[in-house]
Design a protein around this ligand. Structure first.
Ligand SMILES: [Mg+2]
Length: 274
């Protein structure tokens, strides 16, 4: 683990990209220091964007949750893996129009919002996220489409999700099952891959080197930030970090977002509530 260096050499910052769970809240409990830090940054006009691997949330769900904690944000200040996956599908396969979706309503909505048809008829893309109503029939349709040449996109690689009582399989577990059946490697969108960070960065319109990536997990948040070329901040309020020498280390480690004393660049590129 790199030594904490929270009070030294903060880069000039024009924008912030941040994880949610473990940074702004733990389950249903707010992390007050973090809520207050974002409220302060909002007042000074520092643009930020939240990113989450959870494809079952809509941006409006996140807006409501943060509003209850006293932080009022706009839906376009949230990028979920569902939204990033839909935008990536649109950009990477401009000629495709038919998408078979296994996932929550939020994923189908995100796909429809970018102008793609959600259908099980001759899909050109299979898009998989967490679907708590997944069936063998849905997986059969996905497998058949992929074997017939459809592109294969997964929202996020999380294998195991914590619940109130224990654990449940994450999207990555069922995506892996379809990958095993077809022997086709999916394009994974969520952290630790950089796609969602790049989507957030394009919303902020800020330079990579002047945009902080904040997260509570080295294996996902920090790797995604590094791969997207951003300075990274690990906040130790969430999942306790595990030593893994193979993973890139965060540039900064803080125990609270209150420790972040960033010189804010003048003239932020866009207004807060665009
Ligand atoms: Mg987290």
């Amino acid at each position: 683990m790199a030594s904490p260096n929270s009070h030294l050499n903060w880069p000039s910052v024009a924008g912030i990209i941040s994880d949610l769970d473990g940074v702004l809240y733990r389950g249903d409990a707010a992390i007050v220091d973090a809520i207050e830090a974002f409220a302060r940054w909002q007042v000074v006009g520092l643009p930020f964007c939240f990113v989450t691997n959870n494809s079952t949330l809509t941006p409006e769900d996140v807006v409501r949750k943060l509003e209850a904690f006293g932080l009022a944000i706009a839906p376009n200040e949230v990028v979920t893996s569902a939204i990033a996956a839909a935008e990536l599908a649109r950009a990477k396969y401009p000629d495709a129009s038919r998408v078979y979706v296994i996932g929550a309503p939020s994923l189908a909505n995100a796909v429809a919002t970018v102008g793609l048809d959600v259908t099980d008829q001759e899909p050109e893309i299979v898009m998989m996220g967490l679907d708590r109503g997944i069936t063998h029939e849905k997986m059969r349709i996905a497998v058949e489409a992929i074997l017939n040449g459809a592109a294969f996109i997964g929202t996020n690689p999380d294998l195991l999700l914590p619940t109130a009582d224990g654990f449940e399989p994450g999207a990555g577990a069922t995506i892996s099952a379809v990958a095993a059946a077809t022997q086709v490697k999916p394009l994974i969108v969520g952290k630790p891959e950089p796609h969602m960070i790049k989507t957030a960065l394009s919303r902020l319109g800020t330079e990579r080197s002047a945009t902080l990536m904040i997260g509570d997990q080295i294996a996902t948040d920090i790797q995604a930030g590094k791969r997207a070329g951003l300075p990274t901040v690990l906040v130790t309020t969430g999942v306790p970090p595990r030593e893994n020498p193979a993973l890139a280390r965060p540039d900064f480690i803080v125990s609270s977002l209150a420790e972040i004393e960033i010189p804010i660049l003048a003239g932020s590129p866009r207004q807060r509530r665009a």
